[in-house]
Write a protein that binds this ligand. Sequence first.
Ligand code: SAH
Length: 391
Amino acid sequence: MIKVYLKRKIANRIFNGHPWVFGNEAERIDGNANPGDIVDVFYNDGRFCGRGFINPKSQILVRLLTRHKEEINEQFFYNRINKAWNYRKKIGYTENCRLIFGEADEMPALIIDKFNDYFVIQTLAYGMDVWKTAIVKTLQEIFNPKGIYERNDVPVRELEGLPQQKGFLSANFDTNIIINENGLKFYVDIENGQKTGYFLDQQDNRKSIKHIVKNADVLGVFTYTGTFEIHAAYYGAKSVLGLDISEHAVAQANKNAALNGLENIVRFEAMNAFDVLKKWSKEEKKYDVVMLDPPAFTKSRENIQKAIAGYKEINLRGMQLIKNGGFLVTSSCTNLVPPEMFLHTIELAAKDARKKIRQVVFNAQASDHPIIWGMENTNYLKFLIVEVCDK
Ligand code: SAH
């Protein structure tokens, strides 16, 4: 087995449980390592650190799979996936859930979303991709699913020397499926939807708008397939308008409204959020509730300030569009913007908009995406509801 020795001054991060070893943290490698090989990692003094997969082409040299000297084989993957499934059952996420949330389930670079009887998987590192067959076999054994699909059309794979690809990992099936959530139905386009097709991470947060939308005129921006907006209509909103820049998303959203018989209350249009928020706030349009759920604004540290400026802009405009005593429902999924930084940005936006805000709800993602303390990027979703009053 290839051996990787860490530098003497290795980050406490690894010692404390973080599974990544960066290239500049290794002092030497004994053996000729190829991408995907299983390696043993040792501290500088020779003590065993853990076992994982290596990729000399990647900035993340090793991702640890275990801190024990256990064999990495098909059974190992079966055990890990089964453990993650038992955890989801224990915390009450079974019908639709993120079954594997990468590092948070000790399965680095693996994402598996379960949409009832269908599974969508992403293997985002070389050493995880190698085990795709074992992973699929496990899913077949535990779930006997109706279908498994690979959404590896993700640019990050190229950093690992992997191609972008998507396709069936089981017999072919109709990739337009319907899932249930909070008493509603939604189409999920597994093949062409964003990411794995559906954002399960907001499933609990969607419920938390229940009381504030009653009899309200609601504006939802960055709507994607209309999930928050359709929830608003279902919970008794008077009118709901949802906006997204993608025509495909808007078409899906309108289909979802009709699927739930709510098309007379909620409608969707394709528009650029930044233009609309600016224009309508100048025209002094008003809503009882404004909801914002933009995509991640940056994936690189250099652009954090730009991302913050983006959050400030849309939230400032959003607050200006709210009637006195109405509510702002606002999210951020940029993992490089920690919760405190997001809250501070909202505070600055309120100040500039001359509004007084009162916190109603502050949440992260649903619990099927566990947060591991010490692994900041597992704590990525910020979801905030505030009451907005004139100063
Ligand atoms: N609220 C949704 C998820 C939104 S994802 C849900 O819970 O499922 C973010 C959405 O923002 C994407 O659908 C994307 O098409 C849209 N988007 C990105 N840039 C935009 C822009 N400038 N204006 C409007 N929508 C935009």
